[in-house]
Design a protein around this ligand. Structure first.
Ligand SMILES: [Zn+2]
Length: 206
């Protein structure tokens, strides 16, 4: 599935199935990760692949700026037009390096084909100035006869993918067949400069 097909599929699903949305269990996990964000990091929060943007009302108030991003037709068909913005896909984000203090990407990566995962992780890490928070479903999801999870892998596979960002501090745990990851950018000036000269996330602009 390419990004054009994904745009068509997900905008249709969101339009036809009001119940295709983030559940309270997932929202609770996100809140748990957000509680641990220190005050100095509560400037911009970008939810990339925001869907119906359920994080807006619960996470948004904890940040100065809260924006959701999703594929063009998804954004057009859902609400919150002032706060939702279009992206052409996770592999080519148009945002600047370090643009958002905190980037969230919840239950999105498993919807990408395996060959897009490295590029998507590199883009998300590039945009996140202080931390990237991910939730990744580790199970199959067949919806109306279509497998929506194109990449179904275990915790080891995903954490090995994240080893390409060795300067970042990785925390990971699995709860209810979902992998939660927090990737923090180094804070000390020494670690930061080692990171800036070597990390895969810093040299990606097209
Ligand atoms: Zn990096």
């Amino acid at each position: 599935m390419n990004q054009y097909e994904a745009d068509k599929l997900y905008s249709q699903i969101y339009y036809d199935y009001p119940k295709y949305r983030m559940g309270l269990t997932r929202l609770a996990g996100i809140l748990y990760a957000i509680i641990n964000v220190p005050d100095e990091e509560r400037s911009e929060f970008y939810d990339i692949g925001c869907g119906r943007f359920e994080t807006r009302d619960v996470v948004g108030p904890a940040f100065k700026v809260c924006r959701g991003y999703d594929l063009p037709n998804v954004v057009r068909r859902l609400g919150y037009p002032d706060d939702m913005h279009q992206i052409m896909g996770l592999t080519h984000l148009h945002m600047s390096d370090n643009e958002a203090s905190v980037v969230g990407c919840f239950d999105v990566l498993e919807h990408l084909p395996p060959e897009d995962i490295d590029a998507a992780l590199a883009q998300l890490t590039r945009v996140a100035r202080n931390r990237l928070i991910l939730s990744i479903a580790l199970y199959s999801h067949i919806f109306e006869g279509t497998e929506l999870h194109l990449t179904i892998e275990n915790e080891k596979w995903w954490t090995e993918k994240l080893a390409q960002f060795p300067h970042h501090k990785l925390s990971a745990h699995v709860a209810q067949k979902t992998l939660w990851i927090v990737l923090e950018t180094p804070k000390s000036p020494e670690a930061r400069s080692a990171h800036d000269s070597a990390c895969h996330c810093t040299n990606l602009r097209d």
